[in-house]
Design a protein around this ligand. Structure first.
Ligand code: GRF
Length: 186
């Protein structure tokens, strides 16, 4: 049966769009029933509107704490019968409210070979470190920064020094790997 996905994003949304296209093309047996965005007006919300995908835009600062913020999200996830959650550039640690409602059903993509280079600007961190094999990881989400059991990884050998070129390679690989992971998990 076709699964209902929610994709959580904070910014650009290229992974969101890659997943949406894979659903449309039936490469994965799912639809994105909801886009959750914690930065109202972020570019991902424009992509979602263009693709006719409902958007829940929330300002976490308007809630007394993470629990209340996530309870509000959970209400909408239930309304939309969401089965599975993909984080795609969602710049927040997920709390117990969502983790306990969706055990082993929340995954994330990160632009490094975890557990190396957690957190923001993983590509920049890896470049600064001088690594020669970059990569991408899809993993289950726990309540730590970029933590949780790894589902799959792709390595990207790169010895150049052109950040833009490397970022383009990493993002292209992310889009493909996220779809592969979803195919297996769903
Ligand atoms: C990606 O590099 C993803 O791995 C990381 O945040 C970035 C989001 O990019 N978690 P986009 O918003 O999907 O274009």
């Amino acid at each position: 049966m076709e699964k209902n996905l929610a994709v959580f994003a904070s910014g650009n949304g290229s992974n969101f769009e890659a997943i949406a296209k894979a659903c449309q093309n039936k490469r994965i047996n799912a639809q994105i029933a909801l886009c959750v965005c914690d930065h109202p007006g972020a570019y991902v919300t424009e992509r979602a509107k263009r693709l006719n995908i409902p958007v829940l835009e929330l300002r976490p600062g308007n809630f007394p704490n993470k629990q209340e913020y996530e309870k509000e999200i959970l209400k909408e996830l239930k309304n939309q019968n969401i089965d599975f959650i993909c984080l795609a550039g969602y710049m927040r640690i997920v709390g117990d409210t969502l983790l306990s409602a969706y055990p082993s059903k929340i995954i994330n993509i990160h632009p490094s070979l975890l557990p190396a280079f957690k957190g923001v600007d993983a590509i920049g961190q890896a470049l600064d470190y001088g690594v020669k094999v970059f990569g991408v990881t899809v993993h289950f989400v726990d309540n730590t920064l970029d933590g949780g059991k790894i589902i799959c990884q792709a390595a990207i050998p790169y010895t150049g020094n052109d950040r833009e070129e490397l970022e383009a390679m990493v993002h292209a690989r992310e889009h493909a790997l996220y779809i592969e992971a979803l195919k297996v998990l769903l």
